[in-house]
Design a protein around this ligand. Structure first.
Ligand code: SR1
Ligand code: MG
Length: 425
């Protein structure tokens, strides 16, 4: 599997009607669903921004068929997007499965020409974003997500990987140009000028004007963009928000790594925590009475603390136990009786990740409020004034996270700031 050259020549988009006949002879499907494809039932979920996603079930089992469309589904055919993103998703999933076992869907079949993946279906799991809107708690969520970040980020880097293998992966994922461009444009640039695809809630006009006049903020965001573009440290998921996590009870799974790229360590975890802070502020728009979700708000903040805590602890463990790559080699430290210096280097690395993570979190909050793709937690608040109120709180936290990212000592300080912003009426 080495091409990423999916062209549209043979490609045909599936539909719920055509899927059984077109895929009905494939062993990865018939093994799980039974040989008579006429008895399969197919439903297109259609809730993503980019792709076709089908749930295919029979009396024997169920699986997911995900197929890239040659354009951005959210916008339509006026925004073409190459099919090769399925190739990058396939390669990212196989690597994540090795680095963080049990966290991502198993891939049963990949067809590059048709840009489709047949994958494990998680049931009765729901998208975490919806669960956060419904006020559901999930024990173990922070542990799974913190471990996932630490393991994929550490094990995909020169801290751990064999150098030729990492260089080959850097080359492979460098082909994911168009999806990187979406991130570079929609996240790091569009919100800061009057870009055609932007939209925002009416009550935010003054905040938007202030943001675009804020040159200190824009400079910091460009420093972060430079880091995103130029620091190919590790294989990132690339789009790790709460819509890319599925939950059921105490189980959590990570899906949809089609934006995978080699980028900075802190990006995934920054994007992930940003989505929890936004869910925190959005609770006012979903609670039955003011304060009814106070306990739930506290749970969200605890999850944020625990994700970071788990990430920190696991990254530390991996540093001591799996540092087999070409960086901070043992021959330079432990082998010379300088294990303490290796620990000091780790502290410095974790501080760099912490600081960048806060910045990337701020950038994600701003783009989810002012750029093309917003979040359901805010979009589904019907009362426009309330929606603007929740979003403005996010924007306030975001600016502080970006511009003052060197000033926060720990997650308690960040969460205290979020609490104080939420308390202002
Ligand atoms: C045009 S795609 C918009 C957003 O949807 C994806 O999930 C990514 O987050 C992207 O930025
Ligand atoms: Mg996605």
């Amino acid at each position: 599997m080495s091409s990423a050259a999916a062209s549209t020549t043979d490609y045909q988009a599936l539909s719920a009607q055509t899927l059984p006949a077109r895929l009905g002879a494939l062993a990865p499907l018939t093994d799980r669903l039974g040989p008579d494809s006429a008895r399969w039932s197919v439903k297109e979920i259609g809730d993503g921004n980019l792709n076709l996603v089908f749930i295919v079930t029979s009396d024997r089992g169920a699986l997911i068929v995900k197929q890239a469309l040659p354009y951005v589904r959210l916008v339509g055919e006026s925004w073409p997007l190459p099919l090769k993103r399925a190739f990058f998703e396939f390669h990212a999933l196989t690597r994540q499965a090795r680095r963080a076992p049990g966290t991502v869907p198993e891939v049963y079949h990949f067809d590059e020409a048709q840009a489709l993946l047949v994958m494990e279906f998680f049931s009765p799991h729901v998208i975490l974003r919806h669960s956060l809107m419904a006020g559901e708690t999930h024990d173990g969520l922070a542990t799974t997500l913190g471990l996932f970040c630490a393991r994929t980020l550490f094990r995909g880097s020169d801290l751990c990987m064999d150098a030729p293998a990492r260089k080959a992966d850097v080359a492979l994922f460098s082909g994911n140009v168009e999806l990187c461009d979406i991130t570079e444009t929609l996240i790091f640039t569009d919100p800061y000028f009057d870009a055609p695809r932007n939209h925002h809630t009416k009550g935010l006009d003054a905040a938007v004007e202030r943001l675009r006049a804020d040159s200190a903020l824009k400079i910091e965001v460009q420093h972060l963009k430079a880091k995103f573009c130029n620091h190919g440290e590790t294989m990132l998921h690339g789009d790790l928000h709460t819509g890319s996590v599925m939950v059921s009870g105490n189980e959590a799974k990570v899906i949809d790594p089609e934006f995978a790229l080699y980028g900075p360590m802190a990006f995934d975890i920054g994007m992930l925590l940003a989505n929890f802070w936004m869910a925190y502020f959005a609770q006012s728009g979903h609670e039955d009475a003011r304060g009814a979700r106070d306990q739930y708000r506290q749970w969200i903040l605890t999850v944020i603390e625990d994700i970071w805590g788990t990430f920190h602890a696991e990254f530390t463990r991996l540093w001591h136990e799996e540092r087999t790559g070409i960086l901070y080699e043992r021959s330079l430290f432990e082998a010379q009786g300088q294990g303490e210096a290796a620990s000091r280097a780790l502290t410095q690395k974790l501080y760099e990740i912490w600081r960048d993570m806060l910045g990337f979190a701020g950038v994600e909050i701003i783009r989810r409020t002012l750029s093309l793709a917003h979040i359901a937690e805010n979009d589904l608040i019907e009362d426009e004034a309330m929606r603007a109120h929740c979003e403005a709180q996010g924007l306030e936290l975001a600016r502080r996270l970006i511009v003052e990212r060197s000033a926060f000592g720990d997650m308690k300080a960040v969460n205290d700031l979020a609490r104080s912003i939420a308390r202002k009426s």
